[in-house]
Write a protein that binds this ligand. Structure first.
Ligand SMILES: Cc1cc2nc3c(=O)[nH]c(=O)nc-3n(C[C@H](O)[C@H](O)[C@H](O)COP(=O)(O)OP(=O)(O)OC[C@H]3O[C@@H](n4cnc5c(N)ncnc54)[C@H](O)[C@@H]3O)c2cc1C
Length: 384
């Protein structure tokens, strides 16, 4: 099963040195009151000031070439930085998508002009991107995408809509999967392209969809005769499906797929330690050992991505197991301790538990549902 062989990465002095710097930075920021640790902040913790501070320290675009504003660090060094930020519940949502997948996509398929224009701004923590895949009738079945862009002099005219678009109300641009050739039922993956849409363009309307917590996190985005210039095509016209699938390996395998509820898990362990409830500690220890396994798998995928491979089956496995795990953290806490979860609770555990419970249904939907991932894993394993 070659597709599921994941290399083990050892810790090094270098990675632990970076870890020390990040922890010290986070300690200072917490003490200064810049942020209060929360669950699921990679999607709902928006702070341009915080993103800029990370950019100044060289913690965005870490693996990218220096000529594009990157820092030429290794994938494992980047991994250490992002896992510390997530574990601390820091507000990283602003730049998250751009750092995780837009940058790598542009490095692989973008033109030199696109790289020079966007990557340095992303790396400074100043330029944010949204993912334009899902539509009202195209979610799991992405080949059903109907948003279309028709060729005109100097560019395209886009019409259609996207939905569940995380952070579109904060983002400057959206990488939009659309049809640049008519839909053919027999060949549904053909004729799609990725266009980089400036969300401040005339004809773009962004409407909020509120979360159960009342937070504004995702959106509906409408395109009415939006002009997209020629130089905003990513890669080749008609190659959008293949390019989009490459992006998904970056999207599915990172530590954000199992650390969304880490601040809650940490609080649970602290409570059990303080109260000396050793018999309950075994339940928490089971969660921690699963977390450790997931972490090794996820680092293994990061290593393969760095080598230019597309470990889509392993990435799907990390996401399936990781998102189920982060949901279960909330369930275990609820069963182990007497709690009164509320987002406004004075008690930290109650607050983190409420955030986790209210965000948890989305964990196994966003980035591909559990059912779809299981299909990919099953097909991938059979194919080997
Ligand atoms: C918090 C959050 C953030 C999101 N952010 C973004 C974003 O930024 N950009 C973006 O483009 N999208 C985003 N999404 C959308 C997400 O990618 C979709 O919700 C997801 O792909 C599922 O699509 P759907 O909602 O249309 O459900 P559907 O595809 O309609 O699925 C409904 C149910 O049927 C099941 N199902 C469907 N097909 C099959 C099948 N073949 N076999 C077995 N079961 C099947 C699914 O597993 C699911 O349980 C986000 C979603 C959430 C929850």
């Amino acid at each position: 099963m070659g597709s599921l062989h994941l290399p083990i990465q050892e810790r090094s002095e270098q990675t632990e040195e970076i870890r020390g710097h990040v922890r010290e930075f986070l300690r200072q920021e917490r003490e200064a009151g810049t942020f209060v640790p929360k669950c699921d902040t990679w999607l709902s913790g928006f702070s341009p000031e915080f993103s800029r501070k990370l950019g100044e320290r060289g913690w965005i675009g870490m693996t990218w070439p220096k000529r594009y504003g990157g820092h030429e660090r290794s994938a494992i060094e980047r991994y250490v930085v992002i896992e510390e930020l997530l574990a601390a519940g820091a507000p990283v949502a602003g730049h998250w998508i751009a750092d995780r997948q837009t940058g790598p996509l542009l490095l692989r398929y973008g033109t030199e002009q696109q790289r020079m224009s966007f990557l340095p701004r992303i790396a400074r923590g100043e330029c944010y991107f949204a993912i334009g895949l899902s539509e009202p009738n195209a979610g799991s079945d992405l080949a059903a995408v109907r948003t279309r862009a028709e060729k005109v002099e100097g560019g395209w005219i886009m019409n259609g809509s996207k939905t569940w678009t995380s952070g579109a109300h904060h983002a400057h641009y959206m990488i939009t999967l659309c049809r640049t050739s008519p839909y053919h039922p027999e060949n549904r993956h053909e004729g799609m392209s990725q266009l980089l849409v400036d969300l401040s363009s005339p004809g773009v309307t962004i409407r909020p969809i509120l979360l159960m917590t009342g937070e504004h996190h995702f959106n509906e985005v409408f395109f009415e005769d939006v002009f997209v210039p020629d130089d905003m095509l990513i890669g080749q016209e008609g190659n959008g499906w293949k390019q989009g699938m490459t992006e998904l390996a970056f999207e599915r395998s990172g530590p954000e797929r199992f650390l969304s509820t880490f601040p809650l898990l940490e609080e649970l362990v602290n409570r059990l330690r303080q109260s000396g409830q050793k018999h309950l500690m075994a339940q928490a220890a089971k969660l921690v050992s699963r977390l450790w396994t997931l972490r090794h798998m996820s680092i293994g995928v990061a290593h393969l991505l760095e080598k230019g491979e597309t470990p889509d089956v392993a990435a799907a496995l990390v996401k399936e197991m990781g998102t189920t795990f982060e949901q279960q953290v909330a369930e275990v806490v609820r069963l182990l301790l007497p709690t009164s979860p509320s987002v406004d609770a004075a008690d930290r555990l109650d607050q983190l538990l409420a955030q986790s419970i209210l965000h948890a249904p989305g964990f196994t939907l966003r980035g591909g549902t559990t059912e779809i991932l299981r299909g990919i894993i099953a097909k991938g394993v059979i194919a080997k």
